[in-house]
Design a protein around this ligand. Structure first.
Ligand code: PMP
Length: 396
């Protein structure tokens, strides 16, 4: 029994399955593919120190004063430039809000839109913390089927016909968390068209899109959005620093206005120092080159993963082949409960995140998520050897 009387938004004790998994995987003798962190060795610490000095030197008083709830003007301009250059998203200042990471967009979107038992559509499987944010406001999550190419537009249309009351769709089209899959351009266009046809609000979350180590870039769903129904979400967490907690959204002005009201109550605005330091960092550095280094490193790590999985995984075990991002998704035939498998893997001193918690609907059996962005190269082979052994035992 808790000592105090918490609201319904607080998850019940014992329901933080993933927290428990990460805790169990933290033992240093365990090789853990369970995490989801960027590689800290590529954080541009020295360059950011210089950029922060410039922020203080040139804008010290603005840095230290309260700022606009929608963010520093120069930061909003930088966001507009980035989405245009990277995603072919053409927008104006009235479309932008700077946020505390993209996680804040998820939380405040839920707060803005979800009343108890409202329907929210998500890819099945999808990002866990989004599920948690939506659920904390009482959302009834409905999963939309996905395949190798991510969300299936015809399935989305069927789901919309069955659930015309749906408040919004949440989708991660590029290097999805947890699967690593990417939606092709045609599907993106179809989703934008369905958003217009059914007046559906779509949250397009793109934290990993810049980290591509293979294949060709695909523009955002938002770049096909003629109705204004798509809210595009970006973040600096995977390309600069997750510790900065800096993200943004690009949306229809009406949504921006409603969202900003809630942003004001949440925190009065995003940290000015972080915004100015980031603006200066972009002025002083070639960020594309920096991101290329990240992509190259993750590409090398993913190649080591593929080599190890090929060598050690028993026949029948399959996995996705992400062209970027930080995760891949493994399917183990004949294993129903990967949470149980996780326990067996701890005995072999290897860890992953079980697939079940990523599903809004009935979980598909036998999936698990592996991270490679933050794996030491010399641990990947040994970790996969241990995992391969545990999988072979489980399949037997
Ligand atoms: N969306 C997805 C799909 C993520 O994987 C993450 C981070 N793990 C986030 C949003 C949140 O990122 P941030 O708040 O750091 O921008």
């Amino acid at each position: 029994m808790a000592k105090f009387n918490y609201s319904k938004r607080v998850p019940a004790d014992g329901t933080d399955a993933v927290g428990a998994i990460l805790k169990a995987a933290a033992d240093p003798s365990i090789i853990s593919f369970a995490g989801g962190l960027p590689a800290p060795e590529l954080f541009p610490v020295e360059a950011m120190k210089k950029a922060t000095d410039a922020a203080y030197d040139e804008h010290g008083r603005e840095v230290m004063q309260y700022g606009a709830a929608r963010g520093v003007k120069e930061m909003r301009e930088l966001v507009l430039q980035i989405v245009k250059d990277h995603e072919n998203v053409v927008a104006n200042d009235e479309n932008v809000v700077v946020t505390n990471g993209s996680e804040q967009v998820l939380e405040l979107a839920a707060k803005a839109l979800v009343n108890e038992v409202d329907t929210v559509l998500v890819e099945d499987p999808t990002y866990l913390c989004a599920v948690d944010a939506f659920k904390s406001y009482g959302a009834n999550l409905v999963g939309v089927p996905t395949d190798e190419d991510g969300l299936i537009p015809s399935e989305l249309e069927k789901t919309l016909q069955a659930h015309p009351e749906a408040k919004f769709l949440y989708v991660i089209p590029t290097f999805q968390n947890p699967t690593g899959r990417t939606m092709p351009a045609e599907r993106r266009q179809q989703v934008a068209e369905l958003a217009a046809k059914y007046n559906l609000l779509v949250f397009e979350d793109n934290p990993y899109g810049d980290i591509r180590f293979e294949g060709e870039h695909v523009d955002a769903i938002k770049s096909y959005d003629k109705s204004g129904n798509v809210v595009y979400m970006g973040t600096f967490s995977k390309i600069l620093s997750p510790g900065f907690r800096l993200g943004y959204l690009v949306a229809d002005p009406e949504f921006v206005q409603k969202f900003t009201l809630l942003k004001q109550t949440a925190d009065l605005g995003t940290n000015n120092l972080v915004q100015w330091a980031t603006v200066k960092f972009y002025e002083q550095n070639n960020v594309d080159e920096h991101v290329k280094k990240i992509s190259d490193l993750y590409g090398q790590r993913k190649a080591l993963m593929e080599a190890g999985m090929k060598k050690y995984f028993p026949a029948g075990v399959t996995y996705t082949h992400p062209e970027g991002g930080m995760f891949l998704w493994v399917t183990v035939p004949g294993v129903d409960d990967t949470t149980e498998l996780f326990k067996q893997c701890l005995e072999e001193k290897v860890a992953f995140v079980p697939g079940e918690p990523f599903y809004a609907g009935q979980p598909e059996p036998g999936h698990l998520r592996l991270n490679y962005s933050n794996m030491a190269e010399d641990q990947i082979d040994e970790g996969l050897k241990r995992l391969g052994k545990a999988l072979a035992n489980a399949i037997k």
